[in-house]
Ligand binder design. Structure first.
Ligand SMILES: [Zn+2]
Length: 279
């Protein structure tokens, strides 16, 4: 999305002035607030604005039609505008959208939810990966606290678990697609094989570490693929060159990591597919 047009810049400047004035008026009632207080207050204010703006965007994107085509190929007639809720990076957003009901199969349709992949009452596509990132790094209850601190959104431990599993499932689907694509015969016969410019030299580094799982300790296998480019001499800090003399530096680039808890035979498929596909 490009907000760099002249009109967008003017609108942003206008909104910033309004928000700034609102903060100044509010601060006059406070007793010597710190910059930290101002930042925190501003974050909450912007969060509220974002929430209202997203609700506005959703409602404006909803079009009302007398009827739409149901998945059973019959007509679904417009019934009403129903309220929904979605948890976004700005918090819980309530919005109204058109609801259609099919007289043939009695199925209900909300085209706006389909268009924006909204699962009513659940996290949005924008929030889920962020929450999952926190859930992957630390325990679920710690991730819930971090979500509140960093994103100012209250999410239950259970929802964080679901987000982590959602990301894991997407990765499994992606890897199984890679495996299909990187099948040896498919690879050798693919017309695109010659079209891609392969790296002159590819480096691989494989390692494993024992990790505790619910049932037992298992080996987490990791592979890293990378290329190298020479590092110009001037980039070396003088303290290194003084101590070590002239260095022929190489820098790792296009680094790709893959890891999984799998038997060697199965892991080798992932290793091979990761090797063949673009990052
Ligand atoms: Zn139907």
């Amino acid at each position: 999305m490009d907000f760099n047009t002249k009109q967008a810049k003017e609108t942003v400047a206008h909104i910033a002035t309004l928000i700034g004035d609102l903060m100044v008026a509010h601060l006059q009632q406070e007793d010597s607030p710190s910059l930290g207080d101002i930042e925190q207050g501003m974050r909450h204010l912007l969060q509220t604005i974002g929430r209202e703006a997203i609700g506005h965007v959703l409602e404006k994107s909803d079009t009302v039609q007398p009827s739409i085509r149901c998945s059973c190929h019959h007509k679904a007639a417009y019934r009403c505008r129903r309220e929904g809720m979605v948890i976004t990076v700005f918090g819980r957003v309530k919005y109204k959208r058109s609801y259609y009901l099919c007289d043939h199969c009695r199925g209900g349709q909300k085209p706006l939810d389909t268009q924006f992949q909204i699962d009513p009452g659940e996290m949005s596509q924008g929030l889920k990966p962020l929450v999952a990132l926190l859930g992957i790094q630390t325990s679920l209850d710690e991730a819930a606290k971090l979500t509140q601190t960093l994103l100012l959104v209250d999410i239950s431990d259970n929802s964080i678990r679901q987000a982590v599993q959602w990301v894991g499932q997407r990765q499994v689907e992606r890897e199984s697609k890679w495996e299909k694509l990187s099948d040896w015969h498919h690879y050798m016969n693919s017309p695109t094989r010659q079209a891609d410019r392969p790296p002159r030299r590819l480096y691989g580094s494989i390692d494993g570490i024992m990790v505790p799982t619910q049932a037992e300790w298992r080996e987490l296998k990791t592979v890293c693929w990378y290329e190298v480019t020479p590092l110009p001499e001037r980039q070396w800090p003088s303290r290194y060159t003084e101590r070590l003399g002239k260095l022929e530096g190489l820098k790792a680039t296009a680094i790709r990591y893959h890891c999984d808890i799998q038997e060697a035979k199965t892991f080798s498929t992932l290793l091979w597919s990761g090797l063949n596909l673009p990052p």
